[in-house]
Design a protein around this ligand. Structure first.
Ligand code: GLP
Length: 237
């Protein structure tokens, strides 16, 4: 586990973007695992900037996103598909057909989870997985549970997560109650993991996740066992 302490959010974003840019340069046809939330917004902005300057090329990149809300279609402004288009894909030369986000509107969610898991395998796995962390230690939408959930599955979001994500919706009651997410095993199979976190409100959970015991009560703690984990953080640990 490598911990890179950044000065602030902007510095964290640049450092994380540097790591992703290096991945793209070293392996132009990388499979990138991507994340949503407020943490990666600055990272994506920096990547767009470097793309505009001609430093990085997304034309051979494939992406798979961690998760999606159940019940939201890709054109809903709060869907993660919309977020990705808006914050990254619309601004770089990635082939949209090679950008994958679980389908939150699938009729059969179990079949959708299986399809997504198989898709990731058929792509040869994720080269670099970007992650944020929730206040309860969730990664993707893997909430604290008695066991580590393994592969892509549907989850019921807990109250803390719904409250935290209400800021993006009109009100708490508009936040979907369920989501589909890559599982812990799906995430752990990524060849490299890059976790970003900033802000005093994430301090407690970051300490628990990376200096406490590995436990499904703090899902991110499993990352301590990942052979190639880099944490870029500001104001947490
Ligand atoms: C959501 C996403 C997670 C993300 C988390 C933290 O719940 N499903 O992937 O890491 O929010 O978000 P933020 O970066 O806004 O704190």
């Amino acid at each position: 586990m490598k911990i890179i302490r950044a000065k602030d959010y902007a510095d964290m974003s640049r450092k994380a973007a540097n790591i992703i840019a290096a991945q793209i340069i070293l392996k132009p046809d990388s499979v990138l695992g991507l994340a949503t939330g407020s943490s990666p917004v600055g990272t994506y902005k920096q990547l767009i900037d470097w793309y505009n300057k001609g430093d990085i090329d997304f034309s051979q990149i494939t992406s798979v996103n961690l998760d999606e809300y159940v019940g939201l279609s890709g054109d809903h402004e709060q869907s993660y598909r919309y977020f990705m288009n808006d914050n990254l894909f619309n601004h770089v030369n990635i082939d949209k057909a090679r950008t994958h986000v679980p389908n939150g509107k699938a009729e059969d969610m179990d079949a959708e989870c299986q399809r997504y898991e198989e898709l990731i395998r058929s792509l040869g796995g994720v080269d670099l997985q970007l992650l944020g962390i929730g206040h309860d230690g969730h990664i993707g939408f893997n909430e604290p549970a008695p066991d580590f959930p393994t592969i892509t599955h549907c989850v019921e979001l807990n109250e803390m997560t719904i409250k935290a994500n209400a800021r993006f919706f009109g009100s708490e009651s508009e936040v979907p109650t369920h989501a589909v997410t890559m599982g812990i095993q799906t995430i752990m199979r990524a060849r490299k993991v890059l976790l970003i976190a900033n802000g005093a409100d994430k301090k407690e959970i970051m300490e628990k996740a990376f200096f406490g015991p590995v436990t499904p009560a703090v899902p991110a703690s499993i990352l301590q066992m990942h052979p190639d984990l880099t944490i870029v953080t500001a104001d947490t640990i």
